[in-house]
Design a protein around this ligand. Structure first.
Ligand SMILES: C[S@@+](CC[C@H](N)C(=O)[O-])C[C@H]1O[C@@H](n2cnc3c(N)ncnc32)[C@H](O)[C@@H]1O
Length: 313
């Protein structure tokens, strides 16, 4: 038996050109799995490759990505036309390098016309221009960016789109440092700080970008459960990546907690307050917001829409 088995194995080995038949069969069994995985994550693979290429170009060339985008914008966009500036940025992101911004699809969910708007995380200025376009006369937008290089690009993009300091002001610095300073000017950054400092007026709207693309959904449900925010999720795809799910969350501040007490009454914006594109410590927008004292799950990865039992999952 042993000899026969050995001879049979040898035959298989010969037939497969040196690879035992069993190994080939096992390998073949994995092919559908590998193909399915590759098919499922192809959009991510493309995105990662595009971002990696951009990073590589940053390392190899003396022109950083922000400048490359700006050069494209300066040669293709119509100055003073915010719509065209946005279209040109869309074009650059689709054809050249990936731009991390709210993008056209998620951007269309912005339908408010508030008097005061706060954007946290300006990046290249896409969201700022998008928001500023919709402002009613006399309204103002404040946008905060911690990365000086991105802020420098954003400043140029914003001015190219035709917005001056009176309408759209950019502050360079991390939200943690800017928030306390904004207090005296009746501006705020972080939702938690906004609420803690009682700067959110009931009815204020907070838009949080990138709430689904990284499968982090905790914060919005947390707020919904607290009763102080009404949440609405607009499902979409990641900017310029059709195959990757993303969403933008619309949080409406009610000013009341689950117990029915009114909070956050001190701030009058003459309208609503908005922050888009929040990212804290690279964790994705609006993730890990904490509302202590309510027993609500912090940074929980799962949330129930419209459900009551949201907390740590
Ligand atoms: C996804 S991008 C924002 C895109 C932008 N809202 C848009 O739609 O065009 C996130 C930006 O937030 C900035 N950022 C992250 N944490 C920050 C913080 N704590 N303070 C200020 N900016 C921050 C990052 O440097 C990055 O440029």
């Amino acid at each position: 038996m042993g000899v026969g088995g050995h001879a049979g194995g040898l035959q298989c080995w010969r037939e497969t050109g040196g690879v035992p038949m069993v190994s080939v069969a096992i390998a073949l069994a994995f092919v559908p799995l590998v193909l399915a995985l590759a098919l499922r994550s192809r959009h991510w693979a493309v995105l990662v490759a595009r971002v990696a290429l951009g990073w590589l170009r940053d390392r190899l060339s003396s022109v950083p990505r922000e400048h490359r985008a700006l050069q494209y914008l300066l040669t293709h966009a119509v100055p003073g036309d915010p719509r065209h500036v946005l279209l040109t940025l869309d074009q650059w992101s689709r054809r050249c390098e990936h731009l991390s911004c709210v993008g056209p699809e998620k951007g269309q969910h912005w339908r408010q016309r508030p008097q005061r708007v706060l954007e946290l995380g300006t990046s290249c200025g896409y969201g700022a221009v998008l928001l500023a376009r919709a402002l009613p006369p006399g309204a103002r937008l404040l946008t905060v960016e911690r990365d000086p290089q991105r802020a420098a690009m954003a400043e140029k993009v914003i001015r190219l789109a035709g917005f001056d300091e009176r309408t759209l002001q950019l502050i360079v610095g991390p939200s943690e440092e800017v928030i306390p300073q904004l207090r005296s000017r009746c501006y705020e950054l972080d939702l938690r700080l906004l609420e803690r400092h009682r700067l959110l007026a009931p009815g204020a709207t907070v838009m949080a970008d990138h709430v689904l693309c990284r499968e982090r959904r905790g914060s919005c449900a947390t707020h919904a459960a607290s009763g102080r925010f009404r949440c609405r999720l607009h499902r979409a795809t990641l900017e310029y990546c059709q195959g990757i799910t993303d969403g933008i969350a619309e949080l409406r501040y009610t000013g009341r907690d689950a117990g029915g007490d009114a909070t956050g009454t001190g701030w009058e914006w003459g309208g609503n307050t908005v922050g888009m594109g929040w990212e804290r410590g690279g964790n994705g927008v609006g993730i890990g917001w904490e509302h202590s004292g309510n027993g609500v799950g912090m940074g929980s990865e799962q949330w129930e829409w419209g459900g009551n039992g949201v907390g740590k999952h």
